[in-house]
Design a protein around this ligand. Structure first.
Ligand code: SAH
Ligand code: SF4
Ligand code: F3S
Length: 459
């Protein structure tokens, strides 16, 4: 250890919410590494704990405060020798409210301030009270965050777009993440190349409205996401590209075409629809009808026939009638989703939906959600069963749960388990799917003379 090496400290980051929070947590670890912070899973040995929080539903927010309650006891046992920071969307939304409820919190910082974390840690060690940063800073955090040096898994996330201008009536994201911002293409390409050099074979481009991305291209013109995907597909050894989350309104022709002509773009798309009722979609301010969504899916499937779809559904938005609910079930039946996330509507303070007429009774929300989830579960199980007998191109992510077993994912994002050597990690290999389970697939490596190992263009 040289004199300039900072003392080794331990950092624990707990992450809730969406994939962007997962990406952000990695960036916060990167920014704190030069200060000597190395990761730990043990709260007792942590010198600093960051809670990277989610505000999307009431339950998500409440989890943060119950976790903070437990952390107070740990901090007390350590004689106060622990820095506690609250980051993410609850930090942005609640700000000083957090330290009022939990005065043992040292730092509160919103998602746009992560590059300021080292300076905030220094300030927190001097300050008597908490250090709070929830303004949207003038400088671009992406210009101030260090490049990651951490080894990557086979799959990596890369934020290309942040924020949202859509203002769906039920949603807090435009308030917690601010207005839409697209990173320039050159910065994204450089980061993707770096991730690949560090071991990534699949990159998922992230944005709250990722398909609204319109960053400056190297030619000085505004690029679209389709154009960006084509450029990223040229990176040697980058086998797979995904992007999430998309808004139906921003699915332009070029992006649809990219699904046809860019084989690295995986045939799987998370495309939240929220409801199948036009009147509810209108109240939600989604800006499209149920039939617009059906037609969009037709266009996507025409471009890429093996495309599998995933969605988000909200049960019990204010004003939702039995007939509206039936239309949601009808839309789900019409499309056939391979995966999904569905939620009970949760009223969020400050959003227009929270004060709308006709709140739906809690028990009715439960019943509708149960019906929606039963249908979506059946569709997922049917999709997984339909993979049995196929030979799928599987990106091997690492060892499976049992000795000799490997895990990977199909182009359609299904987890797959099969017996094989460790040396396959990071490779895309053909796997014959033997069974489709509710949440995963089983497979075997085909014998060398197996005629079915011929590559299918689909995978
Ligand atoms: N940007 C994405 C989704 C962001 S939030 C999009 O536009 O679709 C992820 C999901 O949480 C949403 O798709 C929605 O289904 C759900 N969600 C958001 N606010 C909610 C609320 N108030 N109650 C219940 N579910 C909500
Ligand atoms: Fe929320 Fe709607 Fe923006 Fe998605 S598009 S983040 S649901 S406001
Ligand atoms: Fe949650 Fe914020 Fe993501 S509210 S879903 S962590 S953008």
């Amino acid at each position: 250890m040289t004199d300039s090496t900072p003392p080794r400290k331990r950092l624990l980051i707990r992450t809730w919410g969406c994939q962007m929070n997962v990406y952000d947590s990695a960036r916060m670890a990167d920014v704190l590494a030069p200060l000597g912070y190395a990761p730990t899973e043990q709260v007792e040995e942590a010198d600093m704990v960051i809670l990277n929080t989610c505000h999307i539903r009431e339950k998500a927010t409440e989890k943060v405060f119950s976790d903070l309650g437990r952390l107070r006891d740990v901090k007390r046992e350590k004689g106060g020798d622990m820095v506690i920071a609250v980051a993410g969307c609850v930090a942005q939304a609640e700000g000083a409210e957090i330290t009022a409820r939990a005065p043992w919190v040292d730092i509160v910082l919103g998602p746009q301030s992560y590059h300021r974390l080292p300076e905030m840690v220094a300030r927190a060690s001097r300050a008597a009270g908490a250090v709070i940063e929830t303004d949207f800073p003038a400088e671009d955090k992406f210009d101030h965050l260090p490049e990651t040096a951490a080894p990557q898994g086979v799959t990596a996330f890369l934020t290309v777009q942040e924020g949202c201008d859509k203002f769906c009536s039920f949603c807090v994201v435009p308030y917690t993440r601010g207005s839409e911002y697209s990173r320039p293409a050159a910065a994204i390409v450089a980061e993707a190349e770096r991730l690949v050099a560090l071991g990534a074979r699949e990159i998922t481009l992230l944005g709250q409205n990722v398909n609204a991305w319109h960053g400056e291209g190297p030619d000085g013109r505004a690029w679209t996401l389709g154009r960006l995907a084509r450029r990223l597909a040229e990176i040697p050894r980058l086998a797979r590209i995904r992007y999430t989350t998309s808004h139906p309104r921003d699915m332009d022709d070029d992006l649809v075409a990219a699904h046809r002509d860019t084989s690295a773009l995986m045939p799987f798309l998370h495309l939240p629809v929220q409801s199948g009722s036009d009147s509810i979609l209108k109240m939600m301010n989604r800006g499209h009808t149920a039939d617009d969504y059906r037609r969009l899916v037709d266009r996507l499937r025409a471009a890429r026939p093996d495309l599998a779809l995933s969605t988000d559904i909200i049960a019990g938005h204010p004003g939702e009638s039995d007939a509206d609910h039936a239309e949601t079930l009808a839309l789900i039946r019409d499309i056939g989703f391979a995966q999904s996330f569905s939620f009970k509507y949760s009223a969020r303070p400050g959003t227009p939906a929270a004060t709308m007429a006709g709140p739906v009774d809690e028990a009715l929300k439960d019943a509708r959600l149960a019906e929606i989830q039963a249908l979506l579960r059946d569709q997922q199980a049917a999709f997984n069963r339909s993979r049995a007998g196929m030979v799928a191109q599987v990106l091997v992510t690492g060892p499976g749960r049992h000795p000799g077993q490997m895990a990977g994912r199909t182009p359609w994002l299904n987890p797959v388990h099969f017996d094989g050597p460790d040396s396959l990690t990071g490779q895309v290999v053909p796997v014959r799917i033997t069974a489709g389970h509710p949440n995963s697939l089983s497979g075997v490596l085909p014998m060398p003379d197996d005629a079915t190992t011929r590559e299918r263009p689909a995978a």
